[in-house]
Design a protein around this ligand. Structure first.
Ligand SMILES: Nc1ncnc2c1ncn2[C@@H]1O[C@H](COP(=O)(O)OP(=O)(O)OP(=O)(O)O)[C@@H](O)[C@H]1O
Ligand SMILES: [Mg+2]
Length: 235
């Protein structure tokens, strides 16, 4: 079963009297346990597509299946719960809570999922170790570098053991060396934890690290590249 499947999906934004078709007739299957990049020029619909997959926004037409669930049919409350249990997010601007320490930011999704204290402590400690920030556990985001903040964000996205992690331009605010280290870290964690990662990115470094690349232009998929020949889409 694909991790994500979109069938005939459309999304239209309405600005005053003008309808902006942001996504048109999208058919897409994301393979599980792979690293997929959504690539395309500015305004092509990458963020819109990620927001539909991440259940942050809803499609206007078609079917969106995430981990086998038809998310189009879920209520807003059910979607919030679904997001907290199954999805992790990494953002371009890191979106960490500024008053919380690195440790507390990573712990936050575990609190939302009512994970018991002893288990939380163990999980956050293990994640801090994996992203190489055990020494910075008590620093707030303002006391960390950009690359370190994105490491905290990666650990936070993975804290609640999601099936799927979505990242919108995760290296756009980092210099290329730090970006490369962040990509390598995401790749390592994706393999170790057997998570499905979906990214949007203009960054050739991110595209080079991907298993699959989906090229999008003017709201339409124009090409899909799979870098592992012989592995069937949706297998
Ligand atoms: N809230 C909105 N209201 C109206 N139009 C929108 C809205 N959000 C996006 N759009 C339009 O939808 C299209 C797709 O936007 P989207 O943000 O998905 O592109 P993108 O590929 O992520 O671009 P970028 O690389 O610049 O982040 C664009 O034409 C944009 O102007
Ligand atoms: Mg975008």
């Amino acid at each position: 079963m694909p991790s994500v499947e979109l069938r005939q999906v459309g999304k239209i934004y309405h600005l005053d009297a003008v309808a902006v078709p942001a996504l048109v007739d999208i058919h897409l299957q994301i393979r599980p346990h792979c690293f997929t990049v959504i690539s395309g020029p500015s305004g092509s619909g990458k963020t819109t597509l990620l927001n539909l997959i991440g259940c942050i926004d809803r499609a206007d037409s078609g079917t969106v299946l995430v981990a086998g669930h038809n998310v189009q049919q879920m209520s807003d409350d059910a979607l919030s719960e679904f997001r907290a249990r199954h999805l992790g997010f990494i953002f371009q601007n890191f979106n960490l809570l500024p008053v919380l320490s690195a440790y507390e930011n990573i712990e936050y999704p575990l609190l939302l999922n009512k994970v018991p204290a002893a288990q939380r402590k163990q999980r956050v400690g293990a994640l801090l170790d994996m992203v190489g920030l055990s020494e910075r556990a008590h620093n707030r985001p303002g006391q960390l570098s950009g690359g370190q903040r994105q490491r905290v964000a990666i650990a936070r996205a993975l804290a609640a053991a999601p099936q799927l992690v979505l990242a919108d331009e995760p290296t756009a605010n980092l210099d290329s060396q730090t970006g490369a280290a962040i990509i390598a870290l995401m790749r390592k964690m994706q393999k170790e934890l057997q998570v499905t990662f979906v990214f949007s990115s203009h960054d050739p470094q991110v595209q080079a690290a991907a298993d699959d690349t989906v090229f999008i232009r003017d709201g339409r998929i124009v090409e899909v590249h799979q870098q592992l020949p012989g592995v069937e889409v949706g297998a």
